[in-house]
Ligand binder design. Structure first.
Ligand code: SF4
Ligand code: SF4
Length: 328
């Protein structure tokens, strides 16, 4: 463990950019751009991190398509890491689910952004909604009375799907998820979003914000057991921070692509757009304290990074979750 990585609390190590779906809100231009991470490279990176680092195994692909995922989880867990990942869970195999439990994966976050087959097909491009529900149920069964992994459903809130939220909450509850997280949409910083657009309350849902809040209220009212995690902007009475500079990624987190490029965050995840170093060639500590990273942090502090100026995280409107509705 390096003393020089005390600030680095979150490391995303992308296992693959392969995916069996083509979600409308995903950066599908990344698909198959490079290969799965070689297991020995993964282990070399993990060996350099401090115990307790939160390691996310997802990137721009479906982690369960990496053939060695269970082995890699086991390795990181043995090294004392907190391990979790997002999955579309439509192709997760039985032995993988068992492996998640046996290796005490900390969290499994399963995407559930539709309440019907038609809606799922509409955003994911494949008719796998029933498969998703069946595999989610199976995951709950396999976990049984064990504590890990914590099972969290993720609902990516869009202007198209927000009316599905109550149904998704009902499904997640009946399946046996522990939590449902409603996640704000991130647009990957590539569409030339007008500077400061995300500084406005509720944007990109501004036109629908009252309807979104009504749907959230309906969902909360109907919930029985599941814990619901909400972004602050949908909660009445919680003014969102509008000042730029709210992002912590440059100071405590790192994104590593499955071909070894280090980028600042999940939004700036494309090494063709920005790369702060090569984790296969250089030590993480050297990259973290290197000139490129330092310059990026300085530019961020000075509000000079264009991609950040069009990013909701910069204005505190993405990872600003609160556990407002605790289990009864
Ligand atoms: S399942 Fe995830 S990685 Fe695959 S297309 Fe959808 S959002 Fe992208
Ligand atoms: S503000 Fe957005 S684009 Fe900039 S570092 Fe943070 S998450 Fe990445």
């Amino acid at each position: 463990m390096s003393a020089g990585l005390q600030d680095l609390d979150h490391v995303y190590i992308e296992l693959t950019v392969k995916c069996n779906l083509v979600c409308t809100f995903c950066d599908n231009s990344m698909r198959n751009l490079y290969r799965d991470i070689p297991p020995e490279r993964f282990r070399e990176i993990v060996d350099q991190l401090k115990p307790g680092t939160r390691i996310g195994l997802h990137g721009l692909g479906e982690p369960t398509l990496h053939k060695k995922i269970v082995e890699l989880i086991g390795y990181a867990k043995q090294k004392g890491m907190y391990v979790y990942f997002n999955s579309n869970h439509t192709v997760t195999r039985e032995e993988q689910m068992q492996g998640f439990v046996d290796n005490e994966l900390d969290e499994l976050r399963i995407s559930m952004s539709a309440g019907s087959r038609e809606a799922f097909l509409g955003y994911a491009g494949k008719d796998l909604f029933d498969e998703l529900l069946a595999r989610a149920r199976r995951m709950v069964e396999i976990r049984g009375d064990k504590q890990k992994p914590l099972l969290r459903a993720i609902f990516v809130l869009t202007n198209e799907n927000f009316r599905d939220l109550p149904t998704v909450a009902k499904n997640a509850e009946s399946i046996g998820f522990d939590e449902l997280q409603v996640q704000a949409l991130l647009d990957w910083g590539k569409d030339g979003v007008v500077d400061g657009k995300y500084g406005d309350l509720g944007s990109p849902y501004a036109e629908n914000i009252d309807a979104v809040r009504a749907v959230v209220a309906e969902t909360i009212a109907a919930k029985r057991r599941i814990r619901i995690v909400l972004p602050a902007f949908v909660q009445d009475g919680v003014p969102p921070p509008r000042e730029p500079g709210g992002c912590q990624w440059p100071f405590n987190a790192m994104w590593i692509t499955s071909d070894g490029h280090v980028t600042p965050c999940c939004n700036l995840h494309d090494p063709r757009q920005i790369s702060l170093g090569d984790a296969f060639e250089n030590r993480i500590e050297d990259i973290w304290h290197g000139q490129q990273y330092s310059e990026f942090r300085s530019d961020y502090r000075a509000d000079k990074v264009d991609a950040c100026r069009s990013c909701p995280v910069h204005y505190g409107q993405f990872k600003t979750y609160t556990y407002s509705y605790e289990e009864e």
